[in-house]
Design a protein around this ligand. Structure first.
Ligand SMILES: [Zn+2]
Length: 351
């Protein structure tokens, strides 16, 4: 049984923007049905969007591209000389290549296996230019690497597929790239996810993610679409701006992704990034989580969170302030229901 808990509260103050009138700003607190993290919705925040997320500055992007392209260690095949290589006993030749995508080790790893995937030859691409074919090539490398490592080292059971795009999202280079992390210890959030999902199964006798997509599909408020077991929806209590959840309730781990599933994942990512551009956003983070490889437990499913970050503007204000970083609450600019409705219109589905 999925519980969507929320509570409405008021904030009273004299508003100078309304001639000093005493106003009651209505807020809604929402609790995530699995992990309990809280997000805050309010019409006032939606009205503040231009201040919180100023419009992308296209001239600034053009300037950034110009300033960084000549020094980019990936552009113009420079990756062939500049990027590190894995030992030949793991990857003969040191790197994995598919189409215009290349996988190589991160020079500054934060996990035993921390691979970077160059996503295409273009130094910069708009969010709508992450085509399904391109993302598919990058993901093919990701899954191939994960399977290859796990065959050799079964202690590395915890894997995520991640991305930062552009500086406001934490990327240290403009050139599009994804990142893989694999180790014997999961990340904090990964561990919380697995623990809570197992606990839900033990208490309710059903897989949380299966129950979630089924409930959300019935409600129709935040559910966007399904393609062959891959469900796309907006998060009831988002952890980041415009959070889109991609859920594979029946896929027990990354080891079970075949070519068909990888292509659908690529389509889901490409579609969501195109949607973000449609909303006027220009950066993103994503993380895709797998239950521990080889576990194959009924409570486990693969899921992915995709969020927008601050837009590309000079001297941008970070969107992660004390509220997110230390209080671990998030605010929603679009309500998740409104976000899903715009998303459905974007992909041509009648609400
Ligand atoms: Zn580049």
């Amino acid at each position: 049984m999925i519980r969507f808990d929320s509570r409405k509260v008021n904030a009273r103050f004299h508003n100078p923007l309304e001639g000093g009138k005493l106003v009651n700003a209505e807020l809604e607190y929402r609790r995530d049905p699995l992990l309990g993290h809280i997000s805050i919705l309010s019409d006032g925040l939606a009205g503040k969007r231009e201040i919180l997320f100023p419009k992308t500055d296209e001239e600034y992007i053009t300037r950034c591209i110009k300033e960084t392209m000549s020094n980019c260690f990936l552009c113009d095949d420079r990756w062939k000389k500049t990027t590190p290589r894995y030992p030949d006993d793991l990857i003969p030749g040191g790197r994995l290549i598919k189409g215009d995508c290349v996988l190589f080790p991160n020079l500054f790893p934060v996990a035993s296996y921390h691979a970077v995937i160059m996503v295409g030859k273009e130094h910069y691409r708009r969010l709508s230019a992450f085509s399904p074919d391109l993302v598919n090539d990058a993901l093919q490398l990701a899954f191939s690497f994960i399977k290859r490592v796990f065959e050799k080292d079964q202690t590395r059971k915890y894997w995520t597929i991640n991305a930062n795009y552009l500086a406001p999202a934490g990327a240290s280079l403009v050139h599009p790239h994804f990142q893989l992390l694999g180790d014997e210890i999961p990340s904090t959030h990964h561990e919380r996810l697995l623990f809570a999902t197992k606990k839900f199964y033990d208490s309710n006798g059903e897989n949380f993610w299966k129950a979630l997509v089924s409930t959300e599909k019935d409600l129709g408020l935040r559910y966007v679409l399904e393609k062959q077991g891959c469900h796309v929806l907006t998060a009831f209590s988002p952890m980041g701006t415009n959070e889109v959840l991609v859920v594979w309730p029946e896929i027990r781990s990354f080891l079970d992704f075949g070519n068909a599933e990888i292509l659908i994942m690529a389509e889901a990512i490409s579609m969501t990034l195109g949607f973000y551009e449609h909303l006027g956003f220009s950066t993103f983070n994503f993380a895709c989580f797998s239950p521990s490889l080889g576990s194959n437990e009924n409570w486990g499913s693969c899921i992915m969170r995709i969020v927008c970050r601050q837009n590309m503007v000079p001297d941008h204000r970070t969107d992660d302030y004390y509220l997110q970083k230390l209080l671990q609450n998030e605010i929603a600019i679009y309500s998740p229901e409104n976000l899903a409705s715009i998303f459905k219109a974007f992909v041509g589905i009648d609400s």
